[in-house]
Ligand binder design. Structure first.
Ligand SMILES: [Fe+2]
Ligand SMILES: [Fe+2]
Length: 213
């Protein structure tokens, strides 16, 4: 394992600044928005509201992803693992930007609960990192597996005519599946079923609150 000259305190200071920027909104994406030229189709008010609720849940999911990856990077031991975690976090920034702009198009806004979910996820990520890099990578796989199922359920539920939201969710699904398989390939240990069950419960709290608030 290579030595890492940067202390945990140094990383924490940089990450505090990053947290404020994540929560303040207005993110730049490095890749073009997949909704690109997909035409905006007229939606009934109830359908618009439902699509906005789902995109708000996805947006908070991306806030949590940022926080988890930053927390895990804080306590990662191997610099190569830390770099991989931060690279994945970069792709999640694109997702954040795409969800943000879709919420805007739907005349809606991100969840007011985001700061609380960021703080909880950051702590969870940092503790997971302390359990060792292989556990931490396994946690990425378990999380992404859950995110993929959840995005699939959104594809079932989003209005058929909301092609712009659907295209964004499909693109995110491709990235999340890759993040999960890359984490396993880097040596992540598969998580036991009861832990996955507990994670599902936590994510249900998030999805049920942020759909409305
Ligand atoms: Fe994501
Ligand atoms: Fe991801």
């Amino acid at each position: 394992m290579a030595r890492d000259p940067e202390s945990i305190a140094d990383r924490f200071i940089g990450q505090f600044d990053r947290a404020l920027r994540t929560l303040s909104g207005q993110h730049d994406s490095h890749r073009p928005n997949p909704a690109g030229s997909v035409p905006e189709q007229p939606l009934e008010p109830a359908a618009t509201q439902h699509a906005a609720g789902l995109m708000r849940v996805n947006h908070t999911g991306e806030i949590c992803a940022q926080a988890l990856y930053q927390g895990q990077a804080l306590t990662a031991r191997d610099p190569a693992v830390r770099t991989a975690l931060l690279e994945a976090a970069g792709e999640e920034t694109d997702h954040l930007a795409w969800c943000e702009s879709r919420l805007d198009e739907l005349n809606s806004r991100p969840s007011r609960l985001n700061p609380a979910f960021y703080a909880m996820s950051y702590a969870m990520g940092a503790v997971t990192g302390l359990l060792g890099d292989r556990v931490s990578l396994g946690f990425v796989e378990a999380t992404e597996d859950q995110v993929c199922r959840h995005l699939e359920s959104h594809l079932d539920s989003l209005p058929e005519s909301d092609g712009r939201s659907r295209r964004i969710v499909e693109s995110m699904h491709e990235d999340e599946a890759r993040h999960g398989s890359e984490a396993l390939a880097r040596g992540g240990v598969e998580f036991p079923a009861p832990v996955k069950q507990a994670m599902r419960l936590l994510s249900r709290v998030m999805t049920e609150t942020t759909y409305r608030v």
